[in-house]
Ligand binder design. Structure first.
Ligand SMILES: [Zn+2]
Length: 181
């Protein structure tokens, strides 16, 4: 997408905003500044310091009577529009976090699985294939680790098994399916 205003073209923040359906072009720069003023950065999560909803998700006031989720706005500013029907999910357990590296885009189904995973205490500690959210078989898990060992990228593996990059990462690192060797 071409931009008509004169800013340094490498500032992805500005470029991303221009493609956002949330945020109109002429207001792009002031809104981005407004956004980041409310974020407290640290080595871990970048926490939204503005208003939050009942579940702890940040709310970014875009214009009168119109707010968006802060983590979704953060994603759009960097990556462009979120595909219709997709969810922006957290790798961390911090709904107020807006750090791009802690966010990933998943389907509604992945969203449900992610919530189940984070609320794993409620699932009675079932492991692997016994877990109600499992899509992978134990054999798949071994294949994922094997591919990772051969140097395949997270994205390629994720696509092959129709799981998220975060899930590939967790499997490869043994954070999930730790009982499979
Ligand atoms: Zn985070």
């Amino acid at each position: 997408m071409k931009h008509s205003w004169s800013v340094k073209p490498k500032r992805s923040l500005v470029a991303g905003l221009a493609t956002s359906p949330y945020i109109r072009k002429r207001r792009a720069v002031p809104l981005a500044e407004k956004f980041w003023l409310r974020v407290r950065k640290s080595n871990g999560c970048w926490v939204w310091g503005g208003s939050k909803n009942h579940f702890g998700y940040g709310s970014f006031h875009v214009r009168r009577g119109y707010s968006v989720y802060a983590h979704r706005a953060a994603w759009e500013m960097a990556r462009g529009p979120i595909p219709i029907g997709m969810c922006v999910l957290h790798r961390c357990d911090n709904p107020a976090c807006v750090r791009l590296s802690h966010l990933w885009v998943g389907t509604q189904i992945e969203n449900v699985h992610d919530m189940q995973r984070k609320g794993r205490a409620a699932n009675g500690g079932l492991k692997g294939e016994m877990h109600p959210a499992a899509k992978m078989t134990e054999d798949d898990v071994r294949k994922v680790r094997g591919m990772r060992g051969l140097g395949f990228g997270l994205k390629d593996i994720a696509r092959q098994f129709s799981i998220s990059i975060a899930q590939v990462h967790d499997i490869a690192r043994g954070k999930s399916w730790a009982h499979i060797k």
